[in-house]
Design a protein around this ligand. Structure first.
Ligand code: MG
Ligand code: MG
Length: 248
């Protein structure tokens, strides 16, 4: 069942999204060569708590940190630790928080220092694919319209969309129905209605779409070792069209 949020819930989701955008903006600034992923995680935790938000990922299915950080060939769900960020890294930050019972989930790939032109293109295309998906998140469209729009942008650039992980409905829980794949067919899937909220999150690989899990049982990497990028927004579906709650 897909939950329809009340006006009050949508307002709170908007508030949660704004706070998360502030947190991510600060983390992006902080994400520099020489910083460890643990330090970024500690800052994320503090920034969320300072805003009366609960770090949503901490303890979620046993996840040990407040932020997912995935570097270069890591796709998603990387665990912060002693790794030092280097010039030229692609650092994907994925952050979720709870504010007054409502979730916001968002993330972005940060280009640290001098990244290669190929890496920059991957990041730009991933960002554009998210924008294309969001543009389809209007009442009367279907989930497949979002999925297909993302896939089209990605594949036109010669990159591939990760199949094993998808976006999701969001609200009082991080993961609600429906699933929002980043690949699919226009006009298929659940009909979108006002009051739905979706986390749309293209994960895009420079090479093959295939991924593997590291022995830590969390970190997902590209099977071919090539780069991956990711962007995510929480999007509210309204009569007036998509509202990005986590917009910076
Ligand atoms: Mg997320
Ligand atoms: Mg998500």
């Amino acid at each position: 069942m897909i939950t329809v949020k009340s006006k009050g819930e949508l307002k709170l989701m908007g508030d949660a999204g704004k706070l998360l955008a502030e947190v991510l903006d600060e983390l992006e600034e902080y994400c520099r060569a020489g910083v460890t992923t643990n330090e970024i995680d500690r800052r994320a935790d503090r920034l969320m708590r300072q805003r009366d938000c609960t770090p949503g990922f901490l303890g979620y299915n046993g996840f040990p940190k407040s932020l997912c950080i995935s570097v270069n060939e890591e796709v998603v769900h990387g665990i912060p630790g002693s790794r030092v960020i280097k010039d030229g890294d692609l650092v994907s930050l994925d952050c979720g928080l709870v504010f007054k019972g409502l979730w916001a989930d968002s993330g972005r790939t940060v280009m640290v220092g001098d990244v290669s032109p190929d890496a920059r293109k991957l990041v730009e295309v991933t960002r554009r694919s998210l924008e294309a998906g969001i543009a389809q998140a209007t009442p009367g469209n279907r989930v497949g319209d979002i999925s297909a729009a993302v896939q089209k942008v990605v594949e036109a650039a010669g990159f591939s969309v990760v199949r094993n992980f998808v976006g999701h409905g969001i609200g009082r829980n991080m993961h609600e129905e429906p699933q929002v794949p980043n690949f699919g067919t226009p006009g298929t899937g659940p009909l979108l209605k006002p009051g739905y909220a979706l986390a749309i999150e293209p994960m895009v690989n420079a090479g093959s779409h295939e991924v593997e899990m590291l022995p830590d049982r969390w970190t997902i990497i590209t099977a071919d070792g090539r780069l991956s990028a990711y962007f995510e927004h929480t999007v509210l579906i309204t009569e007036e069209g998509p509202v990005v709650s986590t917009a910076a």
